[in-house]
Design a protein around this ligand. Sequence first.
Ligand code: 5GP
Ligand code: ZN
Length: 113
Amino acid sequence: MECLFCKIINREIPADIVYEDEHVLAFNDIDPKAPTHQLIIPKQHIATLNDIDPEHLAVVGRLQYTAARLAKEQGFAEDGYRVVMNCNGMGGQTVYHIHMHLMGGRQFTWPAG
Ligand code: 5GP
Ligand code: ZN
């Protein structure tokens, strides 16, 4: 499997892991765009949001649940934060294993760039 994030899951590439359970892994983004910038990924390889099937719904829900838990644990849930999932080229996706960006610690603007 040539997928970068599968390699992180399999410990073939190091990452600064902040949370792990049976279904998801979370680690610090290598090129942070906010004081806190973490990626939350399913352990199951799903290439893009377009590839989500009904059987994946539970794990996709866990991405969101984990983001909120991490925001609470790190103390910025009440102030607010941004979660983003990019899909394909026009959406800005560069790694083809779905991931939720969790960003906190600064003011975000809308619309996103
Ligand atoms: P995308 O552009 O696909 O939504 O987000 C991919 C994210 O993965 C980017 O924010 C990028 O900085 C991050 N990233 C790319 N390669 C690595 C890596 O090897 N380690 C970590 N921790 N993050 C990475
Ligand atoms: Zn993968």
